[in-house]
Design a binder for this molecule. Structure first.
Ligand code: NAD
Ligand code: UDP
Length: 313
C-alpha cells in the first residue's frame, strides 16, 4: 500500500492513461475506472501486472461502489466531435448523471476531486483569447450541444457540491490536446491528418482551413492537471489548461505534410455545423497559480505522435 491513492475515471482513454502513468511514477495506488467505450485496454497493458494499479470496468452513469481514495480525477467522457453525432445521449448523461455519481463518491470518502471540462464550454467564442470569466457562446440545440452543454452543467454541479457540501473540487477547462494513444479512427484533426499522411492519402481540411485551434502535447497537460489538484485555493474554482500557440487548420495541415515527409496533398471538405472559428486559451490564471509553461512544441509533439501512429497502422 502506498501512502496516497487516486481514482482516474476515464483512465483507459488517451489523456487518462498518461495521467495514470504519472500518478504511478509518484508512488500512488491507482484505480482506473473505465467502460472502454472510447478507451482501450491496450493503453494500460503495460500497467496491469503492477500491484499498485487496478482496473475497474464500470460506467459512471450507473450506481458506483468504489474503494476510498484521496484524489478523484473525472476524465470519463468521449471527446471527439464525430462521437457527438453517434452517442449524444450517452455523452450528455455521462457528463451530468455520471458527474453527480462521482461527486457523491468524493463526498462520501472526503476525497479531493478534479473535473475535466473543456474549451467547448466557450462554444464559438466571441471573446478571444478565452478567459475563464467568459461565459461562452454555445448553441445548446446544435450538434455539439450534448457535449458542450453537459460539460457546462457538470461544472455547475461541481460548484453546487462545493457550496452545499464543502467538497474540495476543482475544474480544468482543457483545450485541444494530442499525443500518443489517441485512436487512429477517433475523428479528431490530428489523428485524421497523421493517419492520412502516413497512408499517403490527402489531408482532409474542413472548410477553408482558416479556423484556428491551439494544440497542447499530452505530457504538458498532465503536468498541469497534477499541479491543479495540489493547489488548495483551487477548491470550487476553474482554470484553463492548454497551449496558447494558435494555428490555423490549414497551417496545421502544412506542418504535418512537412514533418511527416509525405507525398500527400490537401483536399477540402465542408465545414461541420457550429465548428468554432477561433480558439486560444488565455493562460494568465494558470501562469499565476503555478507558473504553467507548456514545453513541448508542436513539431516535436507531432513527431512523437507520428511515431506512435506508424506503429499502430
Ligand atoms: P478519450 O475518449 O480517449 O477518453 C475518455 C475515456 O472515458 C475513455 O477511456 C472512455 O472509455 C471513458 N468513458 C467515457 N464515458 C464513460 C462512462 N460513462 N463511464 C466510464 N468511462 C467512460 O478522450 P480524451 O481525449 O482522453 O479526454 C479525456 C477527458 O478530457 C474527457 O473528459 C474530455 O472531455 C476532456 N477533454 C479532452 C480534450 C482533448 O483535446 N483531448 C479537450 C477538452 C476536454
Ligand atoms: N478538422 C479538419 N479535418 C479533419 C478533422 C477536423 O479540418 O479531418 C477541423 C475541424 O473542422 C475543426 C478542427 O479541425 O475546425 C479541430 O477539430 P477536432 O475535431 O480535432 O476538434 P474540435 O476542436 O473541433 O473539437
Amino acid at each position: 500500500m502506498n501512502s496516497q491513492s487516486a481514482l482516474v475515471a476515464g483512465g483507459g482513454g488517451f489523456v487518462g492513461s498518461h495521467l495514470c502513468e504519472s500518478l504511478l511514477e509518484d508512488d500512488y495506488d491507482v484505480f482506473c475506472l473505465d467502460n472502454f467505450g472510447s478507451g482501450r485496454p491496450e493503453n494500460l497493458s503495460h500497467l496491469t501486472e503492477r500491484d499498485d494499479f487496478k482496473t475497474i470496468e464500470a460506467d459512471i452513469r450507473e450506481p458506483l461502489d468504489l474503494p476510498p481514495v484521496d484524489e478523484v480525477y473525472h476524465l470519463a467522457s468521449r471527446a471527439s466531435p464525430k462521437d457527438f453525432q453517434q452517442y449524444p445521449v450517452r455523452i450528455a448523461l455521462t457528463n451530468t448523471k455520471g458527474t453527480k455519481n462521482l461527486l457523491d463518491y468524493a463526498v462520501d470518502h472526503d476525497a479531493t476531486m478534479l473535473f475535466a471540462s473543456t474549451s467547448e464550454v466557450y462554444g464559438d467564442p466571441k471573446v478571444h483569447p478565452q478567459t475563464e470569466s467568459y461565459n461562452g457562446n454555445v448553441n445548446i440545440r446544435g450538434p455539439r450541444g450534448c457535449y458542450d452543454e453537459s460539460k457546462r452543467f457538470g461544472e455547475t454541479l461541481t460548484v453546487a457540491y462545493h457550496n452545499q457540501y464543502d467538497l474540495d473540487v476543482r475544474t480544468v477547462r482543457i483545450f485541444n490536446t494530442y499525443g500518443p494513444r489517441m485512436r487512429a479512427d477517433d475523428g479528431r484533426v490530428i489523428p485524421n491528418f497523421l493517419t492520412q499522411a502516413i497512408r499517403g492519402d490527402d489531408l482532409t481540411v474542413y472548410g477553408d482551413g482558416t479556423q484556428t485551434r491551439s494544440f497542447c502535447y499530452v505530457s504538458d497537460l498532465v503536468q498541469g492537471i497534477r499541479q491543479i489538484m495540489k493547489i488548495d485555493e483551487m477548491a470550487g474554482d476553474v482554470v484553463n489548461l492548454g497551449n496558447d500557440r494558435e494555428i490555423t487548420i490549414k497551417e496545421l495541415a502544412k506542418t504535418i505534410l512537412e514533418v511527416s515527409k509525405t507525398e500527400s496533398g490537401i483536399t477540402y471538405e465542408p465545414l461541420p455545423e457550429d465548428d468554432p472559428t477561433r480558439r486560444r486559451p488565455d493562460l494568465s490564471k494558470s501562469d499565476q497559480l503555478f507558473d504553467f509553461d507548456p514545453t513541448v512544441g508542436l513539431e516535436i509533439g507531432l513527431k512523437r505522435t507520428i511515431d506512435y501512429f506508424e506503429d499502430q497502422i
